[in-house]
Structures are given as structure tokens and as C-alpha cells.
Design a protein around this ligand. Structure first.
Ligand SMILES: O=C(O)c1cc(C(=O)O)c2c(n1)C(=O)C(=O)c1cc(C(=O)O)[nH]c1-2
Length: 235
């Protein structure tokens, strides 16, 4: 390997390591998630989390459409569009958003009260809307980098499925289908996102922008749980 190529690949390794190091700030460490996985949440608290997270789920396709709108590379768009199909589905009863509605049903929420957003907290709305705005207004590479929290998601998802089955037997297991699907979708999606970020963020400024984007996203997810924890503290 030529010296220049070697230096570049070492820098790329360092870049990936720096992205992965953001895992220290992921929302799996939030006290609310820790109590969820320890089986310590009440039914009301789980309902509050499910209804509020639905606002996030519902907005993912619009966020991903902003990535498509801002990206000039056909080969990136061709893969990225799959994320919208996964969440929206291609027919009634299909897709991730519908699966999240089934989770809502399993915890005792009606479709109507999920869809009319009556439970959505101001702090959650603020955080999710900030993520959408970020994707619309920042360079598309930063929006892709901000999705890389999914690098850290599969472990949390596996832990969550086990915790729900063990500690919350009142929740119909069919309601957990969304999490099972994400066990395979998240690694596939973030493998692509990581490749894209490494390929299109080459300059120090672009790499710093990608790292800042991922840090911002960790803050989005953390703020959502702060709002949820506080609102349902004594429920
Ligand atoms: O339940 C979770 O903890 C969790 C976290 C994240 C994440 O890390 O942003 C996503 C999801 N779930 C998820 O289901 C999902 O579809 C998803 C898409 C994205 C994204 O930023 O594009 N993150 C996440």
C-alpha cells in the first residue's frame, strides 16, 4: 500500500471509531430505558412511551424523504428509499408504522389516540421536529450520519424484546413484531449509512460535521426520554 493511501485508510478507521464511540451517549443508558428493561415501568408509563415514540416513528419517512430530496447520487437514493417503504409499507396493514400501531394496541392504546397525537408531549414534539428540520436543512451527508444511532440499536432491541417477554406478560407478544423486524433492518440500514458517510465525508470539516450530526441525534433521543420520564414519573 502506498504511503498516502495508508494514511487515508488509517484516518478512515479513526473516523469510524469516533462515530462508534458516540455509542457512549446512546439512549440505552437513559434511566427510563434502564427501568424499562429491568421491568420497573408501570402500564401507564409504557403506554406513555409507546404513544410518544409513535410520533418519532411516524416522522421517520418524512425525514428520509428529506435525505432523498437533498441527495444528488442515484446509487444512494436507490438504497435509501427502502427505508420509506419499510416504515410506510406498500399496502394497508403493512410496514413499520402499522406494526407500531399494533404495539400500541398490545399495551392498551387505541389507533385513534395514537394517531390524533393527544399524548404527544411538547418536549417529544420539539425533539422529533428538530430531527426533521435537521434532515431538511443540513447537508444530506449529515442527515445520513445522524441516522447512525442505529449502529447501537440492535443490542437494545434484543434486550427490549427479552425484557418485555419476561417482565410485562400482559403485553401480547404479537405486539413485539416491530422490534423483531428491526433486529435485521437496523444492521442492514446502518451498514449502508456507514459506507455512505465514509465515502462522501472525506475532508476534516465533513467528518466533523458527521460526528456533530450523530451527537445531535443522540441528544434528540435522550431529550425524548427526559420528557417522557418526567411526564409519567408518578403514573
Ligand atoms: O427503539 C429504538 O431504540 C430505536 C432507536 C432508533 C435510533 O437509534 O434512532 C431508531 C429506531 N428505534 C427505529 O425503530 C427506527 O426505525 C429508526 C430509524 C432511525 C433513523 O434515524 O433513521 N432511527 C431509528
Amino acid at each position: 500500500m502506498e504511503a498516502a493511501t495508508q494514511i487515508q485508510s488509517t484516518a478512515a478507521d479513526g473516523f469510524e471509531a469516533a462515530l462508534r464511540a458516540q455509542g457512549r451517549r446512546y439512549h440505552d443508558r437513559h434511566p427510563f430505558h434502564q427501568r424499562m428493561n429491568a421491568g420497573a415501568l408501570s402500564r401507564e408509563q409504557l403506554r406513555g412511551w409507546t404513544a410518544n415514540r409513535f410520533y418519532y416513528q411516524q416522522n421517520l419517512p418524512r425525514k428520509d424523504a428529506a435525505v432523498l430530496a437533498n441527495c444528488h447520487h442515484r446509487e444512494v437514493r436507490r438504497r435509501w428509499v427502502q427505508r420509506i417503504v419499510d416504515q410506510d409499507g406498500t399496502a394497508d396493514g403493512d410496514g413499520g408504522i402499522e406494526a407500531w400501531l399494533s404495539l400500541g394496541k398490545a399495551v392498551g392504546l387505541t389507533r385513534r389516540e395514537m394517531e390524533d397525537e393527544r399524548h404527544v408531549l411538547p418536549g417529544v414534539r420539539f425533539a422529533v421536529d428538530a430531527y426533521d428540520t435537521f434532515a431538511r436543512t443540513r447537508p444530506w451527508t449529515e442527515a445520513v450520519a445522524s441516522s447512525l444511532t442505529e449502529l447501537f440499536a440492535p443490542e437494545l432491541m434484543a434486550e427490549r424484546i427479552a425484557a418485555f417477554e419476561r417482565h410485562y406478560p400482559w403485553i401480547d407478544r404479537q405486539g413485539l413484531a416491530y422490534f423483531r423486524t428491526r433486529l435485521t433492518q437496523a444492521p442492514r440500514d446502518c451498514e449502508h449509512a456507514l459506507r455512505v458517510v465514509k465515502e462522501y465525508c472525506r475532508s476534516p470539516q465533513e467528518r466533523e460535521g458527521a460526528l456533530a450530526a450523530l451527537s445531535f441525534k443522540c441528544d434528540v433521543l435522550w431529550s425524548m426520554l427526559d420528557a417522557i420520564e418526567w411526564a409519567y414519573a408518578d403514573r
